[in-house]
Design a binder for this molecule. Structure first.
Ligand code: 13P
Length: 342
């Protein structure tokens, strides 16, 4: 393992003004997104859509540090035959790859999930590296309710899998994005989200230490501290920022180069406002940026709607969201910039 090189890539992933485009929806998930815009999900439509994003050169070169790809996409070529990976590299962004194989029910823990995909991961990582991937992602999903969930069983099993994945990545000279996502579904309040996220992060870093993962060569992708979507009280961006930063300061060692949040079902503008409010706090040991899927793609998906004549409109929508989030990484976003563009 060359830790200097892993650290260099990790720092590039969280470079000021830049963040990560999570375009790694599984075939099932992208079908759901395409259903919502009445587009048939085929290998070709998925390729055309993602090619549209990756060829948005202004967004890609100025605001996007890396792209998380799904297995199908990393092997795909653009319409003109250029590998999509090359288009990403030429824009100055780093190709990455989702390597988990989704979730399965966790035995003895009704309502909870375990992420799978460790078998043969070492061989898969080697092939992805050869294709150009320099970072990877593994997402653990932690459900939360008012009472019994998450169990320590689910937290432990998922943290252990994340740490095993991260160690395998670093051995293959690939930077692991460690993503323990506490879901925002449900009707819990923000303080329960804080408590459960704290348990999850503490266990995750304990397992990372046990597996001897080098913290300088990874990126953390956590949820923000927010109330459940059906929760009793929605809160201000400042409260989300203050509680999320407090949680991270308590749980994430300063050796970690950067933290790239998931959007997790927040609206586009909320995800931007929350990131911005955190970066306004300042004085943090790690860089805070985005690794958004839905909050970067919902607008371009809608503008594109599967039609070739809408590609320019789709790219404009993507560039706008990328630019707003880029400003948020520096604490320079303002709500009226959204209105001006609309
Ligand atoms: P969202 O930003 O849509 O939550 O997706 C990010 C991601 O990669 C989830 O694993």
């Amino acid at each position: 393992m060359n830790l200097n090189e892993l650290n260099r890539v990790a720092l590039a992933m969280v470079a000021p003004g830049k963040g990560i485009l999570a375009a790694d929806e599984s075939t099932g998930t992208i079908k759901k997104r395409f259903d919502a815009i009445n587009v048939a999900s085929t290998e070709e439509s998925r390729r055309d859509y993602r090619e549209m994003l990756f060829r948005s050169s202004e967004a890609m070169s100025q605001c996007i540090s890396g792209v998380i790809l799904y297995d199908e996409t990393i092997w795909q070529n653009a319409k003109d035959g250029t590998p999509l990976v090359k288009i990403i590299e030429r824009s100055g962004a780093i190709p990455g790859i989702k390597v988990d194989e989704g979730t399965q029910p966790l035995p003895n823990c009704p309502g909870e999930l375990i992420t799978v995909g460790l078998d043969k991961l070492a061989e898969r990582l080697q092939k992805y590296y050869e294709r150009g991937a320099r970072f990877a992602k593994w997402r653990a999903v932690i459900n939360i309710d008012q009472d019994k969930i998450p169990t320590m069983t689910a937290i432990h099993a998922n943290a252990h899998a994340l740490a095993r994945y991260a160690a395998l990545c670093q051995a293959a000279q690939i930077v692991p994005i460690v993503e323990p996502e506490v879901l925002m579904d449900g009707d819990h309040d923000i303080d329960r989200c804080y408590e459960m996220s704290q348990r999850v992060l503490n266990k995750t870093f304990q397992e990372l230490r046990i597996q001897r993962v080098a913290l300088e060569g990874m990126v953390l992708k956590p949820n923000m501290v927010v109330p459940g979507k059906k929760g009793p009280k929605q809160v201000s961006a400042e409260e989300v920022a203050e509680k999320t930063v407090r949680l991270l300061k308590n749980c994430v060692p300063a050796a970690v180069p950067g933290i790239a949040f998931l959007s997790g079902g927040q609206s586009d503008e909320e995800a931007t406002a929350h990131l911005d409010a955190m970066n306004r706090i300042g004085g943090l040991p790690w860089r805070l940026t985005f690794s958004y899927g839905r909050a970067l793609q919902a607008a371009p998906q809608k503008a594109w709607s599967g039609k070739a004549e809408n590609v320019a409109a789709g790219q404009r929508a993507f560039i706008h969201r990328a630019r707003m989030n880029s400003l948020a990484t520096k604490g320079e976003w303002k709500a009226d910039l959204e209105k001006k563009a609309a």
